[in-house]
Design a protein around this ligand. Structure first.
Ligand code: GTP
Ligand code: MG
Length: 680
């Protein structure tokens, strides 16, 4: 099958060999910007193409001929829309059952979650200190020399040998634990004796907080914080060799609306015993009563009244099952275009993905439609998050009589597209199945019409995924995807996927974490994984961390829990390398866009387009272009309306992957190459 060589970044094996340095030939003369325009043509003010005077818009980039007034009105409207989003909560609910939990992808509401950057909760800290015996001084840590240098890859590329999975997924995860010196033994009997030491811990905490603040507020030059590579993990952070527990695999179920993602997930859960027969009967009965009998399995995941009434998934549902090799965390994403931001929340936590395709005539084609379909957008997004292991579940094969021809056609059309996104053929499995008729899900197909298929069933294909790589021995990083508050009990829990490091809780331990962007220290009260209390969360785990000693308003979705000695940056002026997606509108200087990074979303303005890059080699091909067209790559500077928690991609992939959206479509994916100015 042909490969679209000209599409986007090349993710092939030589990927890291590309030179993405800014090799501008300083001696090369920038061509003078000739403003003279021939009589019979008008020159596009954006891309400088000379258009025939009969053209009312630019033939190349589509910009209207001289509609300045209209453009500005348009921009204002668009800006308003984007800013409206800022305070809206795209909430994802959560579950009442053990098996299914709704993840929320909320943008913090600035009105009630003011962060008061840089302040800490002194009173809370002091409260925490009661009855605490001081631990060893913070300076007792040793550092290793291991180099954590991460080759700066191109958009979406994951260096499998180093970090792989960790960077891309976020979500519910564990919390990290402080280094040994921060662990303080509680000894009630001696608490009264230790006033001096408690004081000293107070000042220790102050130092931590101040250190965090000062690092946080200082410039973004290297050395801002202790290098993460110098961190030396403690023994408990590493999984015990003797542990027989299954490896956790976070699996995003994505695909065009109505392709059968929830039905497939529900059916799998039922077949694997996670949904009882009794529960299934209940779903069937209720769904039938509402005239939605075909959605019975989907109801296991689509729990809200609105989702059930509309027959669509709106927020990501989380469910669990065990395969032979993995403890699988199912992240059932919405396929409707209005909920792409929620889909992103789930997919960014994933280690691998199932792209569900509706094989029915016309439906596969609708999903592949460049402007209305979500198949392409979802595939591009998951690849840009670093997911490189994919199962394509060609669902609803019953609707096409289990036709091999239809299956092959889908492979040939979608396969070429997936290759152009950077998926390797060897990392993509194609499984024909029917969720409704239970064909090829957990056992070989029984329908003779599928007898031509000799490959693995879906469950076996899931077991064939390579285990994800985890950053167990790095300092804690947990992007917060959801916050659960219990005002009556004065408790707040941060939920997310532990991307790096580990965290633990214990009655005799004082575990401190730094909550960004409020730069506030909190203590870990308890941990929960799969709705069960757990003593330790490690990289890769989706967990809820119950925090003490912090005002709930200082914990927000889009924030990050990190190690107090390794605070992450907080900035609004960033340099990015971006790739504008196929079919997307051009990005111009001054474009107003939605900026998405881990679980944060912010309005952004393109302040500068520094260079146009060769999409294949990454070399600079033009300085200071005026716009970036579809399929072009460029280095840009963006200024966000509010600062976000961020790191350069070369230092932390998960906090350095971004994507830009406008008018309900993803227009570009990218990475953070430089923090131009960190927030004070
Ligand atoms: P969104 O989450 O809204 O994007 O939809 P979805 O992809 O989760 O689809 P859902 O599971 O809600 O199913 C949509 C419709 O497709 C329902 O009517 C299902 O019964 C139907 N469906 C799902 N799987 C199959 C299948 O294997 N065969 C047939 N014929 N219909 C199916
Ligand atoms: Mg669904």
């Amino acid at each position: 099958m042909p490969r679209k060589v000209n599409y986007g970044p090349d993710y092939d094996d030589n990927y890291d060999e590309y030179d993405y340095g800014y090799e501008v030939d300083e001696n090369a003369e920038t061509p003078p910007q000739k403003e003279t325009i021939k009589h019979s043509v008008w020159r596009c003010s954006i891309c400088t193409y000379d258009n025939d005077e009969t053209m009312s818009s630019c033939d190349i980039c589509g910009v209207l001929h001289g509609p300045l007034l209209n453009n500005s009105i348009y921009d204002k409207k668009r800006t308003a829309n984007i800013f409206d989003l800022k305070s809206s909560r795209v909430s994802s609910t959560v579950v009442g059952r053990d098996e299914a939990v709704k993840v929320s992808s909320m943008r913090s509401d600035s009105s009630n979650q003011s962060t008061e950057k840089g302040k800490h909760n002194r009173l809370d800290e002091i409260n925490i200190l009661k009855n605490i015996e001081v631990g060893p001084p913070a300076g007792s840590r040793t550092s290793d020399n291991c180099s954590a240098s991460v080759q700066e890859g191109w958009l979406g590329h994951v260096d499998e040998s180093s970090v792989a999975v960790n960077l891309r997924s976020r979500g519910k995860s564990s919390l990290s634990l402080m280094p040994k010196e921060r662990n303080v033994m509680v000894d009630d009997s001696s608490s009264s004796r230790n006033g001096g030491e408690a004081n000293s811990l107070t000042s220790n905490l102050e130092n931590i907080s101040f250190a965090a603040k000062s690092r946080h507020s200082n410039d973004a030059k290297p050395g801002r914080a202790i290098s993460r590579a110098q961190y030396k993990p403690e023994k408990w952070m590493l999984p015990e060799k003797a542990e027989h527990s299954l490896t956790q695999l976070n699996l995003a179920i994505v695909g065009h609306v109505d392709s059968g993602k929830s039905t497939l997930s529900g059916r799998l859960l039922h077949l694997l015993g996670r949904i009882s027969q009794k529960e299934m009967h209940k779903y069937e009965k209720e769904a039938k009563l509402q005239g939605k009998g075909s959605f019975a399995y989907a109801w296991a995941l689509d729990e809200s009244a609105e989702e059930r009434e509309r027959g669509i998934t709106m927020t990501v549902a989380v469910a669990y099952f065990d395969s032979k090799r993995y403890h699988v965390v199912v992240l059932d994403s919405p396929g409707h275009k209005d909920f792409v931001p929620n889909m992103i929340t789930g997919a960014t936590q994933a280690d691998a993905s199932i792209l569900v395709i509706d094989a029915s005539i016309g439906s596969f084609e609708a999903g592949m439609d460049g402007t209305k379909g979500q198949t392409r957008e979802h595939a591009q997004l998951i690849r840009s998050f670093g997911i490189d292991q994919l199962i394509v579940a060609v669902n609803k094969m019953d609707a096409v009589d289990y036709s091999k021809e239809r299956f092959d056609l889908i492979i040939s059309q979608l396969g070429a597209f997936l290759r152009s996104c950077g998926f390797k053929d060897s990392s993509v499995s194609w499984i024909p199945l029917s969720a409704v008729e239970n064909q090829n899900l957990v056992s070989a197909p029984s329908d003779f019409r599928l007898s031509w298929y000799l490959g693995p069933n879906l469950l076996d294909a899931i077991d064939s995924f390579q285990p994800p790589t985890r950053e167990f021995s790095k300092p804690l990083i947990m992007p917060i995807c959801d916050v659960i508050k219990s005002p009556s009990q004065g408790q707040v829990s941060a939920c997310g996927k532990l991307e790096a490091g580990a965290v633990r809780s214990g009655s005799k331990l004082l575990i401190l974490v730094l909550v960004m962007p409020s730069a506030t220290i909190a203590t870990v009260r308890s941990l929960e994984r799969d709705s069960q209390a757990c003593p330790i969360g490690r990289a890769g785990d989706n967990i809820a961390v119950s925090l003490n000693g912090i005002d709930g308003n200082h914990v927000m979705a889009g924030g990050v829990l990190c190690h107090p000695d390794f605070p992450i940056a907080f900035a609004k002026h960033l340099e990015l390398k971006v790739l504008v997606l196929d079919g997307a509108t051009p990005i111009l200087i001054g474009s107003q866009l939605e900026f998405h990074i881990h679980h944060a979303k912010e309005a952004a303005r393109v302040a500068r387009i520094s260079f146009l890059l060769d999409s294949k080699t990454g070399k600079v091909v033009k300085k200071a272009p005026r716009c970036i067209l579809a399929k072009q790559s460029a280095v840009v500077e963006v200024i966000l309306q509010e600062a976000v928690c961020v790191e350069e991609f070369s230092k932390c992939k998960v906090l350095g992957r971004v994507f830009l959206r406008t008018l309900g479509r993803t227009v570009a994916v990218g990475i953070v190459t430089r923090i131009v100015e960190e927030q004070q």
